[in-house]
Design a protein around this ligand. Structure first.
Ligand code: SF4
Ligand code: SF4
Length: 470
């Protein structure tokens, strides 16, 4: 059964009876297609290379879930730094809102992994093995024979290999390439959870890219729904110039616009829509219809740009406003998010220090001292062992024991040591605040923690001292 004709009342890729016509978008060439090829190649190389690139002794992006540590381009985040992620993620979210308000679904067409891998890896394999859209459609309709079994078998084998490769590299983001390589030489049961992850994730990729395809954008992706709330008539989006194109008709027919009704823009559309019917939720901004129509316009000696990036307002002859309430609000929010995350990330220290009071009594009054007991937790976030120098700055003389002055902590290591502080009774003047200072031999950073030294009121201790005198 053929696909339904594109209409604004239904989705082209779902028939009235609920079945789905498989899309065979025609090939297209042009300036946008070339630019998308180049940008997609760079994005794929970026994705493939990140686990291999070392920055500061760790992979450039290493989400070490097992150790609860994330390494991002030389910065290390431990569990205590996770609050930074709120600003980082919200900053990135508002960046996407801002870009969408200005340029519509540019993310979907140019950078979304779904589009990048589908258009520039899986569809390329399909075209290489099965030929152009006409041949692919003919193969689909043909009965199962030797040629069809061979082509389909080869295509799906390559799909599985590519899906497994993408999944293994994705796993490397969480376990590192070195660990991944070691796991690949062991029995699956020795790391069954990773094996199950690869199996399930590669299966999901294969299902998505081999069959589900544009349905993910149309039916599942929440961003596709959200975009209609983020864009307005001033947003740049791919559209059709109705004033110039209509009424459409055969070339040189009297009283017709520039659209020659060739339907090339529909044939190349991967989501099966007709952009001449207006901006639609199914449009993923892939630019294929721009290049297809530009090619037609060139052939019929008319100016390019009948389908182009433009605002809905400009299409009907109005002025496009870049500065408008939503772009201003999104810009302010993204600037706040980015500024806070930049400040927070640049002030990250190469170690984490925590100090807690040992459970039990908050303080002890001994024969000649008032004593407080703490636990100090030190995490070395650097890629080499480090000697940390620990000191206490207090308003009265304090004796320090337990935690020695220099503590060597291995890379990514954690040490927990008791810190006992004693104040002689004769110099004790009541509870006070002291500063725990942690630095390294080179004084390359300083981490301080303000902590309360607890004890009885000074006059009570003085009375006790007097009572103890012979
Ligand atoms: S490709 Fe251009 S000329 Fe052809 S139908 Fe589409 S809009 Fe009209
Ligand atoms: S309408 Fe044009 S830009 Fe939108 S999905 Fe179809 S071909 Fe791509």
């Amino acid at each position: 059964m053929p696909a339904p004709r594109p209409s604004l009342d239904s989705v082209t890729t779902i028939r009235d009876d609920g079945s789905r016509p498989f899309m065979f978008p025609a090939d297209v060439a042009g300036r946008f297609t070339l630019a998308r090829k180049v940008s997609s190649l760079l994005l794929i190389l970026f994705y493939l290379s990140l686990p291999w690139i070392q920055v500061g002794g760790f992979p450039a992006v290493f989400l070490d879930v097992a150790e609860r540590r994330f390494h991002l381009f030389g910065w290390t985040f431990v569990a205590q730094d996770m609050w930074l992620m709120f600003f980082l993620i919200s900053g990135l979210g508002f960046t996407l809102f801002f870009i969408t308000a200005l340029f519509g679904r540019i993310w979907c067409g140019w950078a979304c992994p779904q589009t990048v891998f589908l258009d520039h890896v899986y569809r390329r394999i399909e075209r290489w093995i099965e030929g152009d859209a006409v041949k692919r459609r003919a193969l689909e309709a043909a009965p199962m024979n030797g040629e069809k079994i061979f082509k389909r078998g080869l295509k799906h084998t390559l799909y599985i290999v590519v899906s497994l490769t993408i999944t293994h590299l994705f796993l490397a983001y969480f376990v590192s390439i070195k660990e991944l390589w070691a796991m690949m030489h062991q029995q699956p049961l020795e790391h069954w959870s990773s094996f199950a992850f690869v199996f399930i994730f590669a299966g999901a990729l294969y299902f998505n890219f081999a069959w589900f395809r544009e349905q993910l954008c149309i039916v599942i992706c929440p961003y596709g729904r959200l975009q209609s709330a983020m864009i307005d008539d001033d947003s740049m989006a791919i559209g059709y110039d109705v004033n110039r194109g209509e009424p459409r008709g055969k070339l040189n027919a009297p009283d017709t616009g520039d659209c020659v009704a060739c339907n090339r823009c529909v044939q190349v559309c991967p989501t099966g829509i007709d952009i001449r019917q207006g901006l639609q939720m199914e449009c993923i901004g892939c630019t294929a219809c721009i290049d297809a129509c530009d090619d037609v316009m060139t052939r019929v000696h008319k100016p390019k740009g009948l389908i182009r990036y433009d605002s809905q307002n400009h299409f009907i002859g109005k002025v496009t406003h870049l500065l408008r309430p939503r772009t201003i609000v999104y810009a302010i929010l993204l600037l706040i998010g980015m500024s806070v995350s930049t400040w927070a990330i640049t002030s990250l220290k190469p170690a984490n220090v925590g100090i807690t009071r040992i459970t039990g009594a908050p303080y002890f009054v001994d024969t000649d001292v008032v004593r407080n007991q703490f636990l100090v937790r030190l995490i070395n976030k650097g890629s080499v062992p480090n000697d940390f120098i620990i000191s206490v700055l207090a308003p009265v003389p304090v004796e320090q024991s337990g935690l020695v002055e220099t503590l060597t902590v291995n890379s990514m290591g954690e040490e927990v040591r008791p810190l006992i502080l004693r104040v002689p009774r004769d110099t004790y003047e009541g509870p006070f605040t002291f500063t725990l200072i942690v630095t390294d031999r080179e004084n390359s950073f300083e981490i301080t923690r303000e902590v309360e030294f607890l004890g009885p009121d000074a006059y009570l201790l003085r009375e006790d001292n007097e009572a103890q005198k012979p």
